[in-house]
Design a protein around this ligand. Structure first.
Ligand SMILES: NC(=O)c1ccc[n+]([C@@H]2O[C@H](COP(=O)([O-])OP(=O)(O)OC[C@H]3O[C@@H](n4cnc5c(N)ncnc54)[C@H](OP(=O)(O)O)[C@@H]3O)[C@@H](O)[C@H]2O)c1
Length: 351
């Protein structure tokens, strides 16, 4: 009923529905990716920042060795390390990802967040994109793209680069249409790929989504994923649960009517967490850069210690449990942050 692949403007065939691996690590990432490949997913999305490329690589190798899939049937997506823009940095980031994944080429390499209002952002993005073009020209990656761009960052890639991105990966679900990030790409034949297509689970609580699930005898997740596909987007969805991994892939045998698509299009915007791309600058500092660093620590590590001259501990961030992080200045707790996850099992099992 619906083609499972899309052709990028450079002719490369990309699976429309991919498997996301953010917040998956260790054996949970390994098992989830194997389950996803067995369920039918052929695109697997990871990133340097997810710190799980080794585990994804192990899972890919296992599936190939067991004859479940051939390398050329898979479409592996990874992303440059967002803290380190620049020409050499991007090339290094690519080589590290390739090594961790145990592959000799990538299918789609994305330049991750350009949250960089620091003075050299224009130069940094331009040099990073030059490295991306070189990787593509040298056939190290079959396609290149960007993630979480908007104006004025688009300007550097669109107007000073030689090759347009083939894909733009952005947050996109019925509760966030993200027009500023989407429209300039559609005008240039750049394929949109949605991340967090379930709004990290939140969209499943929406009453329109729920009522359409009843109407079509589908799960709310299948309705939300189908909305993205019928809107013309590719997408990557994550789950660590085998039943949900399977059911999220079963979205090919039904179609939402135009009227129901209109209903989903008119859902009120709603999204979770700090929006890095809308962070406000404080003084001369790029708050968004600090936010992204903090967010990284909050979400991905249990504790982090900062030391003066590498010796005197002055600032630390400790994850107390799955829901709480505490910041300490010279051992005095100065801030507590609450975190909400839909998949808390990951933290308790890996902790
Ligand atoms: N480029 C970027 O900056 C960026 C940013 C964020 C994400 N991404 C990519 O996009 C992928 C997907 O986004 P995401 O992981 O943020 O969120 P998502 O796919 O929108 O939602 C994942 C959440 O929904 C739950 N879920 C999945 N299927 C479900 C179902 N059928 N019923 C009920 N709950 C379900 C999952 O829990 P369970 O695991 O317990 O099922 C998980 O908590 C990521 O994994 C990553 O690869 C990219």
């Amino acid at each position: 009923m619906f083609d499972k692949f899309v052709k990028l403007y450079n002719g490369v065939k990309m699976p429309i529905l991919g498997f996301g691996t953010d917040y998956l690590s260790g054996d949970m990432a390994y098992e989830a990716v194997i389950s996803a490949i067995k369920a039918g997913y052929r695109a697997i999305d990871t990133a340097a920042i997810y710190k799980n490329e080794n585990d994804i690589g192990r899972a890919i190798k296992k599936c190939i060795d067991d004859g479940i899939v051939k390398r050329e049937e898979l479409f592996i997506i990874t992303k440059s390390h967002w803290f380190f823009p620049g020409y050499e940095e991007t090339l290094n980031s690519f080589e590290q990802s390739l090594k961790k994944l145990g592959l000799d080429y990538i299918d789609l390499f994305l330049l991750h967040h350009p949250f960089c209002e620091w003075p050299s952002w224009r130069k940094d993005i331009a040099y990073s994109w030059r490295a991306m073009e070189e990787l593509y020209n040298n056939k190290k990656t079959r396609a290149i793209g960007i993630s979480n761009f908007r104006w004025p960052y688009f300007d550097v890639v669109f107007n000073s680069g030689k090759i347009l991105p083939m894909v733009h990966q952005v947050e996109l679900h019925p509760q966030y249409k993200n027009k500023e990030a989407v429209e300039p790409c559609l005008e240039r034949n750049i394929k949109i790929m949605a991340w967090s297509p379930l709004n990290k689970g939140k969209v499943l609580e929406d009453k329109t989504v729920k009522s359409l699930a009843l109407k079509y005898s589908k799960t709310p997740a299948q309705i939300a994923l189908r909305w993205n596909i019928q809107s013309g987007n590719a997408l990557v969805v994550k789950s660590c649960n085998i039943d949900r991994i399977n059911s999220n892939y079963q979205i090919w045998n039904f179609e939402l009517s135009d009227e129901d698509m209109k209903k989903l299009n008119s859902i009120k915007p709603c999204y979770n967490g700090i929006r890095l791309d809308e962070a406000v600058l404080v003084g001369d500092l790029s708050k968004s850069r600090y936010f992204s660093i903090l967010e990284n620590y909050i979400n991905r590590t249990y504790s982090k210690n900062f030391k003066l001259f590498g010796v005197i501990p002055f600032f630390k961030i400790i994850r107390k449990n799955a829901n709480e992080v505490v910041y300490y200045l010279f051992n005095i707790p100065i801030c507590k942050a609450k975190i909400k996850y839909y998949n808390q099992a990951i933290w308790s099992e890996n902790g």
